[in-house]
Design a protein around this ligand. Structure first.
Ligand code: ADP
Ligand code: MG
Length: 277
């Protein structure tokens, strides 16, 4: 149906590598409001370990809001409210006994615009999240962690000789990989990515996609993307969000990415993935 989608051979043909980490994240009938404006209705979606789940759909249908609900950033907006449950390995992250910082440590977020701390060194950027979560690492352990996370983010070779340079001196694509390294340093179970490549050039985009492909073995990945070819390349599961004419966003269809792109059930999904709106 979509002949222009060049699926990466590794993503298509390679066997799913052994899963060594990640958690199951599940939304159960999640609805969301800003004041009285309902923006999401009844979102139920299971995001599996070892997989990349792509959230697609036109702008304004609530994808970013849903992502922020998944790591409790939604509640930072004063007018925001929500209903439903979000389960991380079967535990409701919104139960009053759970601390926000514990949840955020387990569920990291990477944003559209790379946001490293520009004046901090590359090395300090990687460990910055640890301070926020109260984790202490020192000396050799810290050095090893910095190398490990930069390697996983595909940035180590490019920056190993200038770890003390400011993060702000890197290119946009490198800054985004630095942000991924910073997220990984707290050893999250889930990584949420909100259009992580929209501000980047094609080469940087490809590097990030390769990073995502490797990372899914150890962290559950949920990515919002406007780029259908990217969704087809990086994800195994796909959810199509839509908000029709003043109604809140819903999931029209979710399932195996291959099926969503080749034989979708809903005509609206076909129209969207084939670029008709
Ligand atoms: P998407 O990421 O799919 O483009 P968003 O989640 O950003 O969609 O937005 C969904 C709806 O929620 C839109 O109607 C948007 O205007 C509204 N919205 C998003 N953030 C806020 C906010 N902080 N306050 C009020 N309305 C918001
Ligand atoms: Mg958005």
């Amino acid at each position: 149906v979509l002949p222009v989608v060049p699926t990466a051979p590794d993503a298509e043909t390679a066997e799913l590598p052994a899963i060594i980490g990640g958690s199951v994240l599940e939304s159960d009938e999640v609805s969301a409001w800003f004041g009285s404006h309902k923006v999401l209705a009844g979102i139920s979606l299971k995001m599996e370990a070892g997989q990349v789940t792509a959230l697609i759909g036109p702008s304004g249908c609530g994808k970013s809001t849903f992502l922020r609900i998944l790591n409790r950033m939604h509640e930072l907006v004063p007018s925001a409210s929500l209903a439903g449950r979000v389960l991380l390995d079967d535990d409701d992250i919104y139960e009053p006994v759970r601390r926000i910082t514990d949840t955020r440590k387990r569920i990291g977020m990477v944003f559209q615009k790379p946001n490293p701390f520009p004046a901090m060194s590359i090395a300090e950027n990687v460990t910055a999240g640890l301070k926020l979560t109260g984790t202490r690492v020192r000396g050799g352990e810290r050095t090893a962690l910095i190398e490990e996370c930069l390697t996983k983010a595909g940035l180590w070779k490019e920056v190993k000789d200038r770890l003390n340079s400011p993060g702000g001196a890197l290119s946009g694509g490198q800054q985004q990989r630095l942000c991924i390294a910073r997220s990984l340093a707290v050893r999250p179970d889930v990584l949420l990515m909100d259009e992580p490549c929209s501000a980047l050039d094609p080469t940087s985009t490809r590097r990030i996609e390769e990073t995502i492909h490797e990372l899914r073995r150890e962290v559950t990945i949920v990515i919002v993307t406007h780029n259908m070819q990217q969704a087809a390349r990086v994800s195994q599961t796909c959810a199509f969000f839509l908000a029709e004419q003043g109604t809140p966003g819903v999931i029209v269809e979710a399932g195996e990415t291959k099926k969503i792109f080749s034989t979708p059930e809903d005509p609206r999904t076909a129209d969207y993935v084939e670029g008709r709106f």
